[in-house]
Write a protein that binds this ligand. Structure first.
Ligand code: CP
Length: 293
């Protein structure tokens, strides 16, 4: 694997290999790289989880992270994304983790000589989030075949929804969406359902963050109205199957996508997703850097 740009590029075999390796690493079975390796984590959009868990994954594998802060870099003087990346390559970075607001920013990077791991591109893809979500689902159910996964919320702006829909369908799960009409995306062949009609059948209910920063003035829901129609309320929670789980990529808008009292409830795997993110990113880094174990 030379780059990790989107879930489109991974086969079901690739995904399962990454999951199995991440689970091994979670069990403590990994050895840091012996060769010196350098990575720059280039985040042009805010991040808590993705950036910090890549840094944790890099440290656990003995990789040196080169600090980069877009707001105090020459990006503020007009440096292009390509020139920032070429600079990192020229000074000796072995790979780049990039989050950027432009969907498919990586199309401009074809001449780059080092691997890119996509940490999220606009409303396009978020492959490592999808992989850690898949790892978390696999840990709970041991298989994807026939699982009913309901993804609810801001579908059209969500790179997580797109990446998970691509991967889960490939792995044999049945994905359905629930979203306000304005946030539906017809480019994906997925049926939209009412949350109240689907809540009792789902094995996994994944709520998505309302992405206010991508809406402009187009949002006309109050928080309460959104929560009552599209959120995980206490009443819906009580109607879920006994074994069903609640997921959210986070950050969560508490009491909007999920009643705040459910975020750390027994059904919620939200913090397990974050924990798994470190091991999945270690697994991806090992894949990118090849056979050295
Ligand atoms: N889930 C996720 O990508 O979180 P951050 O934006 O905090 O990285």
């Amino acid at each position: 694997m030379n780059n990790l740009l989107s879930m489109h590029q991974l086969t079901d075999t690739d995904i399962m290999r990454l999951i199995e390796r991440a689970l091994e690493m979670k069990a403590g079975n990994y050895t840091p790289f012996t060769e010196t390796k350098y990575i720059a984590n280039l985040f042009f959009e805010p991040s808590t989880r993705t950036k910090a868990s890549f840094e944790m994954a890099e440290r656990r594998l003995g990789i040196t992270s080169i600090p980069f802060d877009a707001d105090h870099s020459s990006v503020t003087k007009g440096e292009s994304l390509y020139d920032t990346c070429r600079t990192m390559e020229a000074i000796g970075c072995d790979a780049l983790v990039i989050r950027h607001g432009i969907t498919e920013y990586y199309d401009e990077m074809e001449d780059l000589g080092i691997p890119i791991i996509n940490g999220g591109d606009g409303s396009g893809s978020h492959p490592t989030q999808s992989l850690l979500d898949l790892m978390t689902i696999y840990e709970q159910f041991g298989s994807f075949s026939g699982l009913k996964v309901l993804i609810a919320g801001d579908i059209s702006h969500s790179r997580v929804a797109k990446s998970n829909q691509q991967a889960l369908s490939k792995l044999g799960a049945e994905v359905r969406f629930c979203a306000p009409e304005a946030w539906q995306d017809d480019s994906m062949a997925v049926s939209y359902v009412d949350l109240d009609d689907a809540v009792e059948e789902a094995d996994v209910i994944m709520l998505l963050r309302v992405q206010h920063e991508r809406h402009g003035d187009a949002v006309d829901f109050t928080k309460k109205a959104y929560h009552m129609k599209y959120g995980m309320t206490l009443a819906r929670h009580q109607r879920m199957k006994e074994h069903a789980i609640i997921m959210h990529p986070a950050p969560v808008n508490r009491d909007v996508e999920i009643d705040g009292r459910l975020i750390e409830s027994p059904r919620s795997v939200i913090f397990e997703q974050m924990k798994n993110g470190v091991f999945m990113r270690m697994s991806v880094l090992q894949e990118i850097f090849g056979s050295e174990k």
